[in-house]
Design a protein around this ligand. Structure first.
Ligand SMILES: [Zn+2]
Ligand SMILES: [Zn+2]
Length: 319
């Protein structure tokens, strides 16, 4: 449910065309145009986002709400603006959008592959740089995409059985990594889920004694062919992306996707649909209305704080 929005734009097609045609901006013309002018902000896109956020946070209390959680995508300038605004007597806490976090593994692995390069001489005597992680059986695009999707799944977890702490999430992520480096000589499935319907063929076999355990060599793990001395860099990426600090901001599994419909509606009207809010999580205090909608539609003046609201910032994303 959208509870508030702010549309800012630093561009107006009519003004732009007039400028291009070198027509004068007379006071009469400006007066007639101003009610329809789309430009209502002077500044950069990131300044626009911060400004829109501050406007929304500033007026939240007039709706009987306070937005105590900020779900963002890692770019901290807007959050910093809200934090500096310090709108309430309780802090505004930042959470990460899990869909954005999910994509970080791919970004990091691609960067790593690009950076870890060595100079080689081709048959024609030309010096070229090649990634030490490139080539068949190594860090191919397919491997990166697959491992990124496993990382994302581990971060999101099972919505029916949410993680109780960051350790559980961390274990799930490391399971995907260790499973992928496993070989017949060195099976590393101790973190993989132990059940008859586990996604891990190795642990599944523990519960299905009649089924022969598949050999690793039949279908090698995605990272298993990468030499250990190179794999160390990938391990470092996983260590960074399982930090307690990062995972604690993902525990509630929130995303920015709830805004999708609204952005689509306003996207055409303005180039910069800036900020939208919705009630993602509600913690009723003192008074429990029968439905969230009524709480929003009829904020009760004078009633003590009704809801703690999660507020989502920025454009929608896709898992
Ligand atoms: Zn205009
Ligand atoms: Zn496994």
């Amino acid at each position: 449910m959208v509870i508030d929005f702010e549309v800012l734009s630093n561009f107006c097609q009519v003004c732009h065309t007039r400028e291009k045609k070198k027509l004068p901006f007379t006071p009469e013309w400006q007066q007639a145009h101003s009610p329809r002018c789309n430009k209502n902000f002077n500044g950069t896109a990131s300044a626009m986002e911060s400004e829109a956020a501050c406007r929304l946070w500033r007026r939240s209390t007039t709706l009987g709400l306070r937005y105590t959680t900020f779900v963002g995508d890692g770019d901290s300038s807007t959050y910093k603006a809200v934090k500096d605004l310090n709108p309430y007597d309780v802090p505004v806490v930042k959470e990460e959008c899990v869909n954005h976090v999910s994509k970080r593994l791919g970004t990091r692995l691609r960067k790593l592959k690009k950076e870890l390069s060595t100079s080689i001489t081709t048959k024609t005597g030309k010096e070229v740089r090649r990634s030490v992680l490139g080539g068949a059986g190594q860090l191919t695009d397919k491997v990166i995409d697959t491992m990124t999707s496993y990382y994302g799944r581990a971060v999101r977890g099972d919505p029916k059985k949410p993680y109780s702490d960051t350790n559980e999430m961390s274990t799930a992520i490391w399971a995907s990594y260790l499973h992928a480096i496993s070989t017949d000589e060195e099976p590393r499935h101790h973190f993989c889920p132990a059940s008859a319907d586990s996604w891990c063929f190795f642990r599944r076999a523990d519960f299905n004694p009649d089924e022969p355990r598949r050999k690793h060599s039949q279908k090698p793990g995605y990272f298993s062919k990468i030499p250990k001395k190179n794999r160390i860099h990938i391990t470092k990426v996983y260590t960074d992306l399982t930090s307690r600090d990062l995972l604690s901001k993902c525990l509630k599994g929130r995303t920015q996707n709830a805004m999708k419909v609204y952005t689509a509606r306003f996207g055409r009207r303005s180039q910069n649909t800036s900020l939208l809010g919705n009630v993602e999580s509600t913690t009723p205090c003192r008074w429990s209305p029968s439905s969230t909608t009524s709480a929003f539609m009829t904020p009760t003046p004078g009633t003590p704080w009704l809801w703690n609201v999660t507020f989502q910032v920025k454009q929608p994303c896709h898992p």
